[in-house]
Design a protein around this ligand. Structure first.
Ligand SMILES: Nc1ncnc2c1ncn2[C@@H]1O[C@H](COP(=O)(O)OP(=O)(O)O)[C@@H](O)[C@H]1O
Ligand SMILES: [Mg+2]
Length: 149
């Protein structure tokens, strides 16, 4: 273990099928509520995780059907929650997607990525062609303290 502080992890693996999205929503609610996030923060995180997992389910398109699974990992850290959503699909170029407020109105691509960015504190992508995609959604506890820093 060394000096590294241990972090509680909750991991959920679902088939790449939209009917399992609810499982992810419920786990997100339980984990985030337990950590002390406000009702609004919990709701926002549910939407963000929903967008990330529905993208993994709808867009990943793995070549081999047995790779059609999505793993959601919740890292429960003292000051933040890191939720990673991993698929085994084709990957994509997040920079090529232009998330904008217009996408909310026109309901074209970019809406999910826009929402994730605006409903969490940080979004990170780890994706490359043929290697799948991992999206990390980061949400800090105690926003007030963060703002006054
Ligand atoms: N996990 C993923 N795997 C492959 N492509 C993805 C993934 N997530 C997002 N994308 C690509 O980024 C685009 C924008 O995603 P998003 O903003 O959620 O809009 P939408 O899902 O409505 O198309 C998608 O249309 C898709 O091409
Ligand atoms: Mg989407």
């Amino acid at each position: 273990m060394g000096l590294k502080k241990s972090v509680d992890e909750v991991r959920v693996e679902i088939p790449g099928d939209l009917k399992y999205e609810k499982v992810v929503r419920e786990v997100t609610e339980v984990v985030a509520t337990r950590m002390g996030f406000s009702d609004t923060e919990v709701k926002n995180m549910k939407v963000a995780v929903d967008e990330a997992s529905s993208n993994a389910i709808r867009h990943a398109k793995p070549k081999d059907p047995k790779d059609n699974r999505v793993v959601i990992t919740y890292s429960i850290e003292p000051s933040k929650l890191v939720i990673s959503i991993k698929d085994n699909g084709q990957g994509f170029d997040p920079k090529a997607v232009r998330p904008s407020i217009d996408s909310l109105i026109e309901s074209e691509g970019g809406r999910g990525i826009f929402l994730m960015k605006n409903l969490t504190d940080k979004v990170e992508y780890d994706t490359s062609p043929g290697k799948g995609t991992t999206v990390r959604l980061i949400k800090y506890l105690n926003q007030d303290r963060k703002k006054s820093r």
